[in-house]
Design a protein around this ligand. Structure first.
Ligand SMILES: Nc1ncnc2c1ncn2[C@@H]1O[C@H](COP(=O)(O)OP(=O)(O)OP(=O)(O)O)[C@@H](O)[C@H]1O
Length: 277
């Protein structure tokens, strides 16, 4: 369980990234966070594993405060949280297997991992993780020889190799084409369901949010303005989260010149540029 208790984040330049967030995320949920650029999605996600420190409040992970943790206590909590980034964050000149094995570093001494001395069980675990995302056959390829979608799968396998209870994914499909996007989302959903790993994903496509989430949280200006099921996340609810109408480039299934697809008052208006109403 992840609990935000009165959490605020103010950046050194005075920008308020999060404003008094209270939120509980239960085990096994697949939460998608939505909101306009700058709404605070990354700040919220990255405060869970303390990539960003918060300014006020407390964040509890499985009953332990990550806000107050330090040293080995902090490392232990972080070990249970896998992270997936938009740009994959792989060591490009290294093999896929080495990249996945790096997910094990939190389990061993620094010296051992610096020397690349991973026990045989770790290699097995890494291969199993690659199998789960269907790229076991790429284990000995160099990471930079893979397509974007395959590289994102390697980064999912690396997160899995940590044996995490929580996976955080910050815009994991923003660099991918629509087909690959669905494959990566399918992987994340399957892993969430099969391994019961609590998964929190920042996304900007509203149809993907509805399709994959068990719960959608909408942020605006650092505050939660929506928290509900995909069924409750209607076009009107999204227009409320965004404070404006939805655009085509926010719907994966409607990729064409940007134009309004629903107006603020909820009237459906799916129109391409140049199309008459
Ligand atoms: N390092 C920083 N220093 C100052 N302000 C920041 C910093 N990082 C983010 N912000 C600001 O905090 C607010 C929330 O940013 P955040 O990146 O969390 O939003 P977001 O919803 O993830 O947006 P995007 O989709 O564009 O990544 C924004 O106003 C942003 O400009």
């Amino acid at each position: 369980m992840i609990e935000f208790q009165n959490v605020s984040k103010v950046y050194p330049n005075g920008t308020r990234g999060l404003n008094n967030i209270n939120l509980t995320i239960g085990e096994g949920e697949l939460v998608v966070i939505v909101g306009l650029s700058g709404a605070g999605k990354s700040t919220l996600l990255r405060s869970i594993n303390r990539l960003h420190d918060i300014s006020e409040g407390n964040i509890m992970i499985h009953g332990q405060s990550i806000t107050n943790a330090s040293g080995s206590g902090l490392r232990r909590i972080r070990r249970g949280i896998g992270m997936i980034f938009q740009n994959f964050n792989l060591v490009k000149r290294s093999t896929v297997l080495r990249n996945v094995l790096s997910g094990r570093v939190g389990h061993h001494s620094t010296l051992r991992t610096m020397l690349g001395m991973f026990p045989a069980e770790d290699t097995q675990l890494a291969m199993d993780a690659l199998e789960r995302v269907n790229i076991r056959d790429k284990a000995y390829s160099r990471a930079d020889q893979l397509s974007g979608g395959q590289q994102q799968r390697v980064s999912i396998a690396r997160a899995l190799a940590q044996e995490p209870q929580i996976i955080l994914a910050d815009e994991p499909v923003a660099s991918l084409d629509p087909l690959t996007t669905r494959q990566v989302m399918d992987d994340l959903q399957r892993i969430n369901r099969d391994l019961k790993i609590t998964t929190i994903i920042n996304l900007h496509f509203i149809d993907l949010a509805r399709e994959y989430a068990t719960r959608i949280i909408g942020l605006r200006a650092g505050e939660i303005v929506f928290d509900g099921t995909p069924e409750e996340a209607t076009d009107e609810a999204f227009a409320h989260i965004y404070g404006r109408s939805i655009h085509r480039d926010e719907v994966l299934g409607a990729q064409s010149p940007a134009e309004e697809v629903v107006t603020l008052d909820g009237t459906p208006a799916v129109r391409a540029v140049g199309e008459s109403s």
